[in-house]
Design a protein around this ligand. Structure first.
Ligand SMILES: [Zn+2]
Ligand SMILES: [Zn+2]
Length: 122
């Protein structure tokens, strides 16, 4: 009888809890997502592919910073919301508006040209 039952003798594997980076809820290490807020508990390093705990600030394998700075996150969000085309359209619209406005101001400030009055020619 060859029962291929390999017991994973893990003694006290879940003694340490993984704190959620988002809400602070303590989850068992086996969880991929937070039980409370459903946020990911692990993050994959973009440089080496190492799976790191999300609460960690840098990759345990290569030391690369795992989280973008607040400014970079903001910029990423902004770029995602407004694509380059939209920004260009906005610039062009503003330019056209500016041009039209200056033209109107120019036309208004210009003294109304009187039609050529025929002088008395005798
Ligand atoms: Zn959470
Ligand atoms: Zn890494």
């Amino acid at each position: 009888m060859s029962s291929g039952r390999h017991d994973a003798t893990q003694s006290g594997a879940t003694e340490t809890l993984l704190v959620c980076a988002k809400c602070g809820h303590e989850n068992p290490r086996g969880n991929q997502k937070c039980r409370k807020c459903d946020a990911h508990l692990y993050i994959v390093c973009k440089q080496c592919g190492q799976l790191n705990e999300r609460v960690a600030r840098a990759c345990t394998a290569c030391g690369k910073r795992l989280h973008a700075t607040a400014w970079r996150q903001f910029r990423k969000k902004w770029i995602k919301r407004y694509s380059l085309v939209q920004v260009l359209v906005l610039i062009v619209t503003l330019a056209v508006l500016f041009k039209v406005t200056t033209m109107i101001i120019d036309a208004l400030s210009k003294p109304t040209e009187l039609p050529m009055v025929e002088e008395d020619k005798r």
